[in-house]
Design a protein around this ligand. Structure first.
Ligand SMILES: [Zn+2]
Length: 127
């Protein structure tokens, strides 16, 4: 009985430690992107950002400079997809012309939505 409880609490501790590690990694990456403009690789994965509590990705269109917050939970990609891989598939709706669109820059990760995402094409919409 006692061993069961110890095992359970050890597992809890391990989960908590993993979440904290995910958050630390996501935060460090976000600071690097915002403060130094990269490098974007390597980056944490979608799952790590979500587990770490940084579930929003703020991006900027290189042409019109519009910024948007995108919810990572709504992006239908495998959870182990590195965040930097999303950059190429994000497009600004106002600047998009047919299949081509100016590049988008990742600004940072945030805990909550900071900018409205309405002008943006999500990676899923391409298919
Ligand atoms: Zn734009």
């Amino acid at each position: 009985m006692g061993a069961d409880i110890r095992a359970k609490s050890a597992r809890e501790e391990a989960r908590k430690a993993a979440r904290e590690a995910d958050r630390a990694e996501a935060e460090a990456w976000s600071i690097r992107m915002e403060g130094y403009g990269g490098p974007a690789q390597p980056s944490p994965t979608i799952g790590q950002c979500l587990d770490g509590g940084l579930g929003w990705l703020e991006v900027e269109c290189n042409r019109c400079k519009t910024r948007a917050s995108l919810p990572l939970y709504a992006i239908r990609r495998p959870r182990d997809t590195p965040i930097w891989k999303l950059e190429a598939s994000l497009k600004c709706r106002s600047c998009r012309k047919g299949r081509s669109a100016p590049p988008v820059r990742i600004i940072k990760l945030t805990e909550a939505r900071e900018v409205t995402p309405y002008k943006w094409v999500h990676p899923d919409e391409e298919r």
